[in-house]
Design a protein around this ligand. Sequence first.
Ligand code: ZN
Ligand code: ZN
Length: 493
Amino acid sequence: MLKKKAIISQKSNKTAERKTGKAVKKIRRAKKNIATVTGMRDILPQDQKYWEKVRQVAKQISIDYGYDRIDTPVLELTELFVRGVGAQTDIVEKEMFSFTDQGGDNLVLRPEFTAAAVRAYIQHGMLNQIQPVKFFYLGPLFRHEKPQSGRYRQFFQFGFEAIGEENPALDAQLILMGWNSLNDLGIESVIQVNSIGCMSCREEYKKVLVKYYKAKAKLLCESCKTRLTKNPLRLLDCKESGCQELKDDAPQILDYLDDNCKEHFMKVVGYLDELDLPYVLNPYIVRGLDYYNRTIFEYWAIDDVEGKNALGGGGRYDGLVTMLGGREDTPACGLAMGLDRIVAKMREKNIEVPDKRVDVFVAQLGDAAKKKAMLMYENLRPNGSFTIAQAFHKDSLKKQLELANKMKVKFTLIIGQKEVGEGTIMLRDMQGGVQEVIDFNKIEKELKKRLEKYREGAVIDLTADEEEKESSTEIPEEDVADLGDLGDDLAAV
Ligand SMILES: [Zn+2]
Ligand SMILES: [Zn+2]
């Protein structure tokens, strides 16, 4: 009896231990640091200058060619992409982040922009505006792809869409815009261009293509075996080496274009020649999406000869407006560029992007000076011609000046007890280390004058007439003496 009791208590001890163990684990799990979702990443402050540069260039191109910004929601109805992009495509079949929301709607995080742009065009009755309607967009997209280098599940694109016009000059200009954006960023690229014809010539071509590949089906990779029935054009852009070899002898779409499609494409290519753009007629690029027809293109960095990481691409999609319920026969053309890959390429090529420039630092010493400096900062901030920085949370002048040095500002404004009383401020040229006292009310004017000279490339000689002109960043003794209560801190810098 006693023995049994002992066993029971031993058992319950073990259960208790297990329970505590679980609880501890739970707590540990709760305390574990939370990281980003697989395939997603933070873009940190130190990397932002590259992203900002790309955004700037994209915006400038949109202005230069008259494309107006549109922002569409990150969430859209799943059906938009099933109908627009195509149910048989990789994107719709396996890559969408989709879910049913509390209200029972089937939603997705947008996997691409074009279908959304066309949705907006139809929804807002834009076919009544002057055609083409030209959109510029920029933002994040989401695809549940296999995480690998250079591919993210949240990635960024900018792009341009021109809806309501079929003139081949538009295709050529869009091709030019994408190339220009890379060129303006310092990235050399070659345009890969092809035509996949209209519905009718493509159907003809698909038949010949399937016939060619069916005879060699055994040699195809697994995905290509499926493509053979589902999406035969994609056979041509498979990156598996076995499939790559097969495509060399495959029939080429350009031989199957009807007269209208051929003429349209020849005109596009003619404009590219005229613009002297570096392009290659590449019969193997097909773009994976259902909505494309006629002109399609990609941008490959000059050193990416196999096109493993196209930096962007696009094409004509004359059927999409109709597919999404808009007016029949509304032609359209567009392109999208991948910001993530462009930024990676810029870094790979060591393309320099200047750091954010701060021109003027405002430093203060003492409570009264701090208050006055804070107010002054607010007055100087919206000046439109120079940028300013501060560290009002710091009391030590030495630490403030160290910061100003680090920021490589051209001038520091220094205000202390004495300056507050006198209604003045000290202006320090950080390069020459020269300082002068100026009237508090003339700060903005004086700064503008000096910065303008700096930008013209002229060396500023603030004390040209004085003998004690100093060029070192050390604070000279005599200046320190004049500085009164600022002296000790300054001398230490
Ligand atoms: Zn055709
Ligand atoms: Zn394959």
